[in-house]
Write a protein that binds this ligand. Structure first.
Ligand code: AMP
Length: 416
């Protein structure tokens, strides 16, 4: 048997209905914040991620699906979507276009990670990008949008965690301080941290290994090494989040896994998740557009993990689908069922019918299995009387109605 690739998933009903609901809620919310959709290719040149994400990041060093195409060019299945969005804006000269300054995407991403609960090799993200606005208000508003999406999803125990990673002006001196402090205790750090200490010391702060925690707790704090501008920016973001009613926790060791962040970084975690508790993460990436060959324009964005959000959402009571199943049996009923189905569909209803005759008993059993809400019974008697029996499979109630009243009754949701 050929199986799905490890770390990827097939999606079916009823689970897929939760995905569709979430995607619709997200689209509606983005619309309310004035965001437009962007779709970029799943495949990009490898160089984009090396330059955009950073060649020392975990994603680039060990998690990318990279392969040569038939002409030997190195391509990569996108591990995240921000770099692709920026590439598209630069390529189509849209970096200064106000019509493209607030974008959202929904789609699959690929990372070669060890699959476990909440961690897949193909996973899906919903993300937001705001281009061209360097103000702290842009950070706060975009974080509020993320918080709104989570509250619209009724997720359990969401917490916004906030930090500032400074800027190219103040970060180097902090990193020097950090490296110096950690070098003194190098031998006590885990192997990964020892390696990161050389290549990317900031990432050491992010380590989850228990034995590293006391050392990191005592290390110099990022928020104490900020320059005046970064400090003021951070204070303003906090103030505006308060104004917008978004509660948050300060997390001075939050650095996030990508190199492109400056100033604000944030994550939203959920107490409903286990070890992989991050639902969403993002921050300010002012140098990114320039890094990939565009203008020096600021940006802010976040990405939400769809699988994780769905895991953190409370279970919804199973509902029947608002569809109608036409059960027909007897002389002349097939032709009538066909035209009735067409009429009802034209009025916006979802209708299912079979094309071979079966008993009403077997039809009703099938309607039940299809999990539809309505069964419409059409036998010779109904045909003669021009009244059809509409059965609500949720309540068990039924009534006889002329064809012209069926659609309105179904759309109203049941007996009046
Ligand atoms: P990142 O781009 O790493 O900041 O990830 C943003 C969000 O995507 C995370 O908070 C997760 O919810 C989700 N995510 C990242 N990697 C994976 C993965 N391998 N499997 C499932 N979800 C993921």
């Amino acid at each position: 048997m050929i199986t799905a690739v490890k770390g990827t998933q097939d999606l079916f009903a009823p689970e897929i209905l939760r995905w569709q609901k979430l995607e619709t809620a997200a689209r509606n919310l983005f619309e309310r914040y004035g965001f437009g959709e962007i779709r970029t290719p799943l495949l990009e040149h490898t160089e984009l991620f090396v330059r955009g994400i950073g060649d020392e990041t975990d994603i680039v060093t060990k998690e990318m699906y990279t392969f040569p195409d038939r002409k030997g060019r190195s391509l990569t299945l996108r591990p995240e979507n921000t770099a692709g969005v920026m590439r598209a804006l630069v390529e189509h000269r849209l970096c200064d276009s106000s019509a493209h300054s607030r974008l959202y995407y929904i789609g699959p991403q690929f990372r070669y990670e060890r699959p476990q609960k909440g961690r897949y090799r193909q996973f899906h993200q919903i993300g937001a990008e705001v281009i061209g606005d360097a103000s702290p208000g842009s950070d706060a508003e975009t974080i509020a949008l993320a918080a709104d999406l989570l509250s619209a999803s009724d997720i359990l125990g969401p917490v916004v965690q906030l930090n500032s990673v400074g800027c190219p002006k103040c970060r180097p001196s902090y990193v020097g301080l950090l490296r110096g402090a950690l070098l003194e205790r190098r031998a006590e750090l885990c192997g990964d941290c020892q390696r990161r200490l050389e290549a990317n010391p900031l990432r050491v702060l992010d380590c989850k290994v228990p034995s590293c925690q006391p050392i990191l707790d005592e290390a110099p704090r990022l928020d104490e090494g900020l320059c005046e501008e970064c400090h003021a920016h951070h204070e303003k973001v906090k103030e505006l989040l308060g104004l917008l009613g978004v509660s948050f926790q300060l997390k001075p060791r939050l650095v996030r896994g990508l190199d492109y962040y400056v100033r604000t970084v944030f994550e939203i975690t959920s107490s409903a998740l286990g070890a992989q508790d991050a639902l969403l993460g993002g921050g300010r990436y002012d140098g990114l557009l320039k890094q990939i060959g565009g203008p020096d324009a600021p940006g802010f964005g976040w990405a939400l993990g769809v699988e994780r959000l769905l895991m953190a959402m409370p279970p919804v009571p199973e509902e029947r689908l608002g569809r109608t199943y036409i059960a027909w049996s007897g002389e002349g009923t097939y032709a009538r069922a066909l035209s009735l189905a067409r009429d009802l569909r034209a009025r916006g209803l979802a209708v299912i019918m079979e094309h071979s005759e079966r008993s009403f008993k077997s039809s009703l059993k099938r309607a039940d299995r299809l999990n539809v809400r309505w069964a419409l019974l059409l036998g010779e008697d109904e045909l003669k009387a021009e009244k059809f029996t509409l059965k609500d499979l949720q309540t068990g109630e039924q009534e006889a109605l002329p064809a012209g009243e069926l659609a309105a009754r179904i759309l109203n949701g049941g007996a009046s």
